[in-house]
Design a protein around this ligand. Structure first.
Ligand SMILES: [Zn+2]
Length: 316
């Protein structure tokens, strides 16, 4: 296990960090993955500083003897770049432009619903100036993804004996501590805590050797919602179901977590037809079949019943 070789988190750190990287890899060709909308201007700026080639949106890069890959964008850009670099054994630098998920600094890449455990990025550069101007939905989604570490790790602690993935107490506490710091913060100064929490989440996955400390029953329901095309952001979906699974695992502060998420501005329920609700909850287990959670423990029917009774699912 290793740590990031380069890590910068702060206001206006992007330029200096990129110059450092450029100097560390003299004569090396850089390839910059970037999105075709929001992140494009940042991607072009990065390419200019490191004098690299850009690959925009879903385009496939050509093999041109690249020596280093940079991902500049939101979750899907970062995850594509991360995987492309991993498959070629190239160092990968993550430059997130949105704080929308814990993929920004993790060893995991999720593409088209398929999750792959890779290696920790070589470098992570988070410029808080960029993050501060990120759209509100991305901050809400990142908040939901980070807070979901509570239900994921509490669930893992409870069912560790039945876990297919090796349990790590250290990873569980790491994943949870970032979420708890944010939960106990005042609404004004939480961007820093959100970013550090998401980074800590990536490190917890690295310690665990799996995404388990940051992905439990709330993620299974979210993946099942994706499979019916529900269409809400990942972090928002997992955030909605975090208090439910805390309650089902007997966590006393579940209502406080629900209040916090509502105060921040996350929706507190999903709206489904009865047929959709049955489809989602009956399918949740098979989205990560090797992962034993409270859903398998008490059965999806009971989970759905509680979700409806407590207002996390509204049936129309
Ligand atoms: Zn997640």
């Amino acid at each position: 296990m290793r740590f990031y070789r380069l890590m910068r988190v702060g206001y206006g750190v992007l330029g200096e960090a990129l110059i450092t990287i450029r100097k560390e890899f003299p004569g090396c060709r850089f390839l910059i993955f970037t999105g075709d909308e929001y992140s494009l201007k940042y991607g072009l700026r990065v390419a200019e500083i490191v004098q690299g080639d850009t690959i925009v949106g879903d385009n496939e890069p050509k093999e041109r003897g690249y020596g280093l890959v940079v991902g500049v964008g939101g979750g899907s850009v970062i995850d594509r770049a991360k995987l492309w670099a991993y498959e070629r054994d190239l160092p990968f630098i993550s430059v997130p432009t949105l704080p929308s998920s814990d993929g920004i600094a993790s060893p995991v890449s999720v593409l088209n619903g398929k999750s792959r455990f890779l290696t920790l990025p070589y470098g992570v550069i988070v410029d808080l100036e960029i993050m501060e101007s990120a759209p509100r939905w991305s901050i809400l989604a990142g908040t939901g993804d980070l807070i979901s570490n509570l239900s994921a790790s509490v669930d893992w602690d409870r069912f560790k004996e039945r876990s297919a993935e090796p349990y790590s107490h250290e990873a569980s506490v790491m994943a949870r501590s970032g979420a708890l710091s944010l939960l106990n913060s005042s609404p004004e100064n939480n961007l820093d805590l959100l970013i550090w929490g998401l980074i800590l989440s990536g490190l917890a996955m690295n310690v665990a050797g799996s995404s388990r400390p940051a992905s439990g029953p709330e993620h299974k329901v979210s993946h099942a919602l994706d499979s019916i095309g529900y269409g809400e952001k990942h972090g928002i979906q997992v955030g909605i179901f975090t208090p439910l699974f805390l309650k089902l695992n007997g966590y006393p502060g579940w209502e406080r977590v629900r209040e916090f998420l509502t105060e921040v501005g996350l929706p507190d329920h999903v709206t489904l037809t009865e047929g959709e609700a049955v489809e989602v909850f009956s399918r949740a287990s098979e989205t990560r079949p090797h992962r034993y959670t409270v859903i398998e423990n008490i059965g999806w029917e009971r989970v759905l019943e509680e979700a409806v009774n407590l207002g996390f699912v509204r049936i129309v």
